[in-house]
Design a protein around this ligand. Structure first.
Ligand code: SAM
Length: 338
């Protein structure tokens, strides 16, 4: 438990007991010629597909009967991966599209700006889905002041647009290959596991899954074929738990602050507007407190009051520590503190 292991995931997975993992998050190499430390990302089509089936079978063996498996993949192999999932009789609950901006520049075609994330479960009737830990404000609440709105908000759509690609200037940028955004992986971990559950990632890379599992009070086992990436991922988990260099703000605990910033990013209401509307702050408080209930086995502190949340958001806004939203005017923000 709580290990980042160096090795080939097929060999390491074979040593784990069947059914031990409550959640698997897999972000394999996409076979697009990316330069990894110890892996050749330009395999023949059939070779890559056969390998994908092998590691998916190995993951399925260690997945608990009520477990969930999320797999990220690019366009080139999304169709093949869906077919393998069907062959293995995994139930697909969502085909999520993660849409990001700031993708790679192209000269003669439209720029690629999305990744596919398959959300599979082992048993279509028995799985964990903590809806309250991922809810965001609905349009009925934000735009239309509609009294019929569910006061707890809505479960996000299956197109995820609020998580930008992790760029070189972001504070969460770690050493290591292609990183998934922390807030995106945190959403998966909160939704599909409970505190104390085991989260497994067969392709650890820069260690985003391990870092989020540790931060959210889950256990983890992650694997990478590169000893160098493993070293860096271990350092990242350690640093994140010590919260080196990350903002603190009394009376909020570090986790309360982190989740407040994530909720702000996911709700997409600019601070100026949010702070003018006590109604929104109250809804925020409800969502944040319900979300925090799934972030730790022990309460992370007494429920936050709306006034504490308003004051924290005001301080974060004054210090320019809130993430830039898609709706923000670039001229209003001078730097990106993510
Ligand atoms: C796309 S990266 C994962 C990035 C990760 N999701 C993150 O956010 O940091 C894929 C990783 O798979 C690793 N890898 C490739 N083949 C592997 C294998 N057979 N066993 C374990 N890891 C492998 C690569 O070294 C690389 O670090």
């Amino acid at each position: 438990m709580d290990q980042i292991v160096t090795g080939d995931c097929l060999k390491v997975l074979a040593k784990l007991p069947a059914g031990c993992a409550d959640l698997i998050v897999a972000d394999p190499p996409y076979n697009i010629g990316y330069e990894y430390d110890r892996y050749d990302d330009s395999r023949a089509h059939k070779d890559y597909c056969d390998w994908t089936e092998q590691w998916m079978r190995a993951c399925q063996r260690v997945l608990s009967p009520a477990g969930s498996m999320y797999i990220a993949i690019g366009d080139d192999y999304a169709a093949e991966l869906r077919i393998i999932g069907r062959k293995l009789k995994l139930t697909l609950r969502n085909w999520i599209i993660w849409h990001y901006t700031f993708g790679q520049n192209t000269k003669k075609k439209f720029a690629r700006s999305h990744i596919h994330i398959f959300y599979f479960v082992a048993d279509e009737k028995n799985f964990t889905f903590n809806d309250d830990s991922v809810r965001v404000l609905s349009d009925r609440q934000k735009q239309y002041a509609d009294r019929r709105a569910n006061p707890t908000g809505k479960i996000p759509d299956d197109t995820w647009v609020v998580f930008p690609r992790v760029c070189g200037t972001f504070s969460e940028r770690a050493d290591g290959p292609n990183q998934l955004p922390e807030a995106l992986v945190a959403r998966i971990v909160r939704a599909s596991s409970n505190p104390g559950d085991l989260v497994l990632d067969p392709f650890c890379g820069a260690g985003t899954t391990a870092t989020m599992a540790a931060q959210l009070d889950r256990r983890y086992i992650t694997i990478d074929i590169s000893a160098d990436y493993v070293r860096q991922a271990k350092r990242r988990v350690k640093k994140s738990l010590k919260r080196n260099g990350q903002p603190t703000l009394t009376p909020l605990s570090p986790l309360q602050l982190t989740e407040l910033i994530r909720l702000y990013q996911e709700n997409e209401i600019p601070a100026e507007l949010l702070l003018e509307k006590p109604k929104f702050i109250k809804l925020f408080a409800g969502q944040l407190n319900r979300r925090l209930a799934k972030c730790s086995a022990e309460p992370v502190g007494p429920p936050l009051k709306a006034s504490e949340i308003a004051s924290a958001l005001q301080t974060l806004a004054n210090k320019n520590l809130l993430p830039v939203l898609r709706t923000d005017q670039p001229s209003l923000k001078t730097r990106n503190p993510r």
